[in-house]
Design a protein around this ligand. Structure first.
Ligand code: CA
Length: 510
């Protein structure tokens, strides 16, 4: 399968791979065995020739290669990343897509207009020191209280490794602080957060939710100011747990009275991500997600893609798509910040690809990024948010800066206000999040068949031609509405496969 007619490599889509001597349609006879998802040269390549996939240069041939060769990682020299100071800015934004009306889901609406797809009691923590105490309280709440409140989906503690022993005034400290604060304001929580604090930690509760920000309406807090409970002011462990349970019982009674109401699809805030990608990601699952992203944009929703290191090498395709030069500047600012962050750690964007990516046929980060950004569909980029910042609602397509690490990206998208997550994977991961449903889409059918109790939707039939990108895109869109409504459960929710929250901390630990 060729991603673009101008490409000089194609990808093997046969689940069992192809043997030497095979003669695939519209491709030369293979000179060696090539596994599933790996690349084949469609023309002879001389050393130094550009290798094109998605009509972009993904590398240069490191040696002469006859047509029908297996073009793998070590045979490609990686191109440099697109320079950030010469990019086209907002030169070719897509014209506004035709509105899509009449699609709804059943959600929990808040006073500020935001909508939850779950009804969860959340306990925020300022510091890791209190995490086991709060976890103990959550276990008891789940066992002793939750069964009496059938309209509440769950109770969870927002625990993390931040809060103390960190340089709290370092230039990058606002990133984890803002992320943890905004996590507590995710629309899948009902009501203002209960903040459990130790007392002596560096990240005091008023750093999470400054009093003035709560009263001037800048923070979309639902139901008033947060309640703060400090362990060092309580009489020991059992008294603290009792105080948390007392708060929880009152709040659960309030949450139990909430009911789902019919909301337009515009109220979805969908975060897109990929993890354990392979070379089929960019021709099956990610384009189908891109098609569904366009449907969401047409319906008036917010859709965000993220993962800076997987966007960096495709940024020259994205800055022209920005709605305004200012949005392009913000996108470039996020790329530059991350280049410098990686350089401080003695790394660059090539550190992204994993051994599994490479076994899945992805030669380098350039090829991975070109496939990854297919998730963004075709619409104009209407906003860019920085790490841990809340995304605007009903705002169309945007880029929310996050690392590409699955659990960090998911955590940061939750901080941005995500109420539904779509995750594509080629190698497979049981990944899930407690705060919002995660719809997992496989790039290939062998994975979906091997993991029938983990994969929610198979985009593999696109590779064989049994389904089109549009078919799978519509299927995914309908599945998103069903999952957001609580009518269908994702596999990760069914098994309670919920990864730890991992807010992004780029700053120093003391
Ligand atoms: Ca990822």
């Amino acid at each position: 399968m060729r991603a673009h007619p101008a490409d000089n490599v194609g990808v093997v889509v046969q689940p069992e791979g192809l043997r030497a001597g095979a003669e695939p349609v519209d491709a030369p006879r293979l000179v060696e065995d090539v596994p599933l998802a790996h690349k084949v040269s469609l023309t002879p390549l001389a050393a130094g020739d550009p290798v094109r996939r998605y009509n972009e240069v993904i590398g240069y041939a490191a040696q002469d290669l006859p047509a029908g060769s297996w073009v793998r990682e070590e045979l490609l020299e990686m191109p440099t990343a697109p320079p950030l100071d010469t990019l086209e800015r907002a030169t070719r934004p897509a014209s506004k897509l035709e509105p899509l009306e009449g699609y709804t889901f059943e959600g929990y609406r808040h006073a500020d207009g935001s909508v939850g797809t779950k009804n969860i009691l959340g306990l925020t923590t300022t510091v890791q020191c209190v995490a086991p105490t709060v976890a103990h309280a959550v276990t008891r709440i789940r066992q002793e209280l939750l069964p009496r409140f059938p309209n509440v989906d769950d109770v969870t503690a927002l625990t993390h490794s931040y809060g103390c022993g960190v340089a709290i005034n370092a230039p990058d400290a606002p990133i984890p602080i803002r992320s943890i604060g905004n996590l507590g304001l995710n629309p899948n929580f009902g009501g203002a957060p209960l903040v459990v604090s130790l007392g002596c930690e560096k990240m005091q509760p008023d750093r999470l939710y400054p009093a003035e920000a709560l009263t001037n309406g800048l923070l979309p807090v639902v139901g008033g100011a947060p309640t703060v409970l400090r362990l060092q002011e309580n009489a020991g462990f059992q008294a603290t747990v009792a105080a948390i349970l007392e708060f929880a019982e009152k709040r659960l009674a309030e949450l139990d009275r909430r009911r789902r109401v019919t909301c337009p699809a515009a109220d979805l805030v969908v975060g897109l991500q990929c993890g354990g990608s392979d070379a089929l990601s960019g021709i099956t699952a990610n384009p189908a997600v891109g098609f569904a992203a366009d449907l969401l944009v047409r319906a008036g929703a917010t859709v965000m893609f993220s993962e800076v290191t997987e966007v960096r090498d495709a940024v020259h395709l994205l800055t022209p798509r920005c709605a305004t030069p200012e949005i392009a500047d913000a996108l470039i600012r996020e790329m530059r910040w991350y280049d410098e962050y990686l350089a401080r750690g003695g790394a660059d964007r090539s550190a992204n690809t994993s051994p599994g990516n490479k076994r899945g046929g992805l030669a380098n980060i350039v090829e991975k990024a070109l496939g990854s950004t297919a998730k963004s569909g075709t619409s104009a980029l209407s906003f860019v948010t920085t790490h841990g910042e809340r995304a605007p609602r009903r705002a169309g397509l945007g880029f929310a800066a996050t690392p590409a690490s699955d659990f960090v990206c998911g955590t940061q998208q939750l901080a941005a206000g995500m109420n539904l997550h779509v995750f594509t994977t080629g190698r497979g991961t049981p990944y899930g999040l407690v705060l919002c449903p995660v719809v997992k889409v496989s790039t290939n059918t062998p994975l979906a068949e091997r993991w029938p109790d983990l994969i929610d939707l198979d985009a593999g039939p696109i590779a064989t031609g049994a389904k089109s990108i549009e078919d799978v895109g519509w299927e995914l869109f309908q599945l998103m509405l069903d999952v957001a409504s609580g009518r269908k459960q994702t596999w990760s929710d069914r098994w309670r496969l919920h990864n730890d929250l991992a807010p992004f901390n780029p700053g120093p630990v003391t």
